[in-house]
Write a protein of this length. Structure first.
Length: 257
């Protein structure tokens, strides 16, 4: 496989930004390749997945492009006051990747996932833009972001969500309701949510899982031993890769549970 760090211009951010890309080199597979967009958490950046997990080893034999963009501290939202990180992905990054690499440039060839802030972002984007992704996963997702989950950063996050966050365009609970009402079941992205049983976001994950159940939205939900840390995410990104491989129709990787 090859690994590239790409600097490119994002019109939505009105600035240069960066992503890391893992490019497959698998015998017998010349492309086109599906793409997995993998999002980082609040305190991290585009490089973190490769620095803190064995992701490169896990995808080494997969015919899969992995794209890891930088999302700042923006929760992958178009901020009420600030940067448009949602548009930077759905309008800028996806088209940039499809122009630059030998991709499958359609819904059937795209998956998205992430951890914590990125888990929230991945599920949120899949609910808002089901036409873009065939599957989505969130590890330890911050699904209560719009509900004032972090009081010590309330002012910072209100600049993202605006004054009426609950029920707004960045509320995963409301988005799930709209998604269920508007989306044909056959066109729903496959969803997977997991969280460690010692994670401080466990209650939010359980609440969101229950909400999806009540709405009748199909999804996989996993609780497993672990905390909000890289030991947990390094293990469970392997389960996410198996999940996405199934829905992208690529060879099943030999990975741990």
């Amino acid at each position: 496989m090859a690994v590239a760090t790409l600097n490119y211009y994002s019109p939505s951010l009105d600035k240069q930004t960066t992503c890391n890309v893992i490019i497959p080199e698998v015998a017998g597979h010349d492309g086109p390749f599906p793409v997995y967009y993998l999002l980082h958490g609040l305190s991290d950046d585009y490089s973190i997945w490769q620095r803190r997990t064995s992701l490169g080893r896990y995808v080494q034999m997969l015919p899969l492009i992995v794209v890891m963009p930088d999302g700042g501290r923006g929760f992958y939202c178009d901020a009420h006051e600030g940067f448009a990180y949602e548009s930077a992905i759905v309008n800028d990054l996806i088209s940039f990747v499809d122009r630059t690499f030998h991709t499958i440039p359609e819904r059937s060839g795209r998956a998205i996932g992430g951890l914590s802030m990125g888990g929230y972002g991945a599920i949120k984007l899949a609910l808002k833009f089901p036409e873009l992704f065939t599957s989505a996963n969130g590890h330890s997702g911050a699904y209560g972001f719009a509900h004032g989950m972090w009081r010590d950063a309330e002012a910072e996050f209100q600049r993202i969500t605006g004054p009426n966050a609950v029920g707004g365009p960045n509320d995963c609970f409301t988005l799930a309701e709209r998604f269920r009402a508007a989306t044909n079941r056959a066109k729903m992205p496959a969803l997977r949510i997991d969280c460690g049983t010692s994670d401080f976001l466990l209650d939010q994950n359980r609440a969101f899982h229950t909400h999806l159940q009540e709405l009748g939205i199909p999804h996989d939900y996993v609780e497993a031993p672990g905390a909000h840390d890289w030991a947990y995410w390094d293990k469970h990104v392997q389960g996410a890769l198996r999940f996405h491989s199934k829905h992208l129709g690529i060879s099943k990787p030999k990975l741990r549970a």
